[in-house]
Design a protein around this ligand. Sequence first.
Ligand code: CP
Length: 317
Amino acid sequence: MRHLLSAGDLDLAEACLILDTAAQLASVTDRSVKKLPTLRGRTVVNLFFEDSTRTRISFEIAAKRLSADVINFAAKGSSVSKGESLKDTALTLEAMGADAVVIRHSASGAPHRLATAGWIQGSVVNAGDGTHEHPTQALLDAFTLRHHLRAGTGDLAGLRVAIVGDILHSRVARSNVLLLGTLGAQVTVIAPPTLLPFGVNDWPCAVSYDLDDVLPHVDAVMMLRVQSERMQAAYFPSVNEYSRRFGLDVRRLNLLPPTAIVLHPGPMNRGMEISADVADSTRAVMVEQVANGVSIRMAVLYLLLGGMTDEDRRDQL
Ligand code: CP
């Protein structure tokens, strides 16, 4: 694996290797000295053209726990604000010797362009591109599902997962449908027709418009943020109407089987796609998702960069 651009690029063995490696690396977090020397001398650049709290900070913590040098680059406050292009930004990072570039961009496909255009030689990790993909989010979600629901074997085959809400704009949904499909889970996406993408019937999942109908039959429900900032039109009549039909409140929480868990990638719109009572309930695992994000991102950086000499890397070019 040279880059991580799409959850769909991972086969079952690669996905399990990342999840198993993350499980081993999670123990570093419990130590008094939370560091491994694995990436000493390597440079990881966090290149964020879009806002982020969880992903940016957890990639930074992950790289630092592996002893990499970390450069945080936010478009705001950089020469991107003066109109510098992605290409010139990438060439600048290459000149400064970046071994890995973690990129978040509003344009779907920007990480792919960075990885394939020859502007940089290092590894590229997609930290969320437009409405396309967010593969490390899907990996940390799978890690969380494993921990809670399949702790014995780690095998997600047959696990029933509902993904609910703004599927149209959600890179998290796309990456989860792809990864959970590879891991053998049974996914159902639930949304109003206006918030389902064209071609969703070709995705490896079932489609439903009725949340109450699906909830009694799933092991986990993943609520998605309504991405108002990406909406140029009215996709539903009102917030109240959306919450009434597609929000997860306590009544709906009680429709779930007793062992089922609630996930949300964050940030949450409390009172819209999820009520505050549910967000704060013991069934909700959002805080664990964030913690697991560090382990997953450590695993991804470790597997992309760890133990490889510059000669090894040149051989792969
Ligand atoms: N889940 C997620 O990507 O959160 P951030 O936007 O805060 O990184």
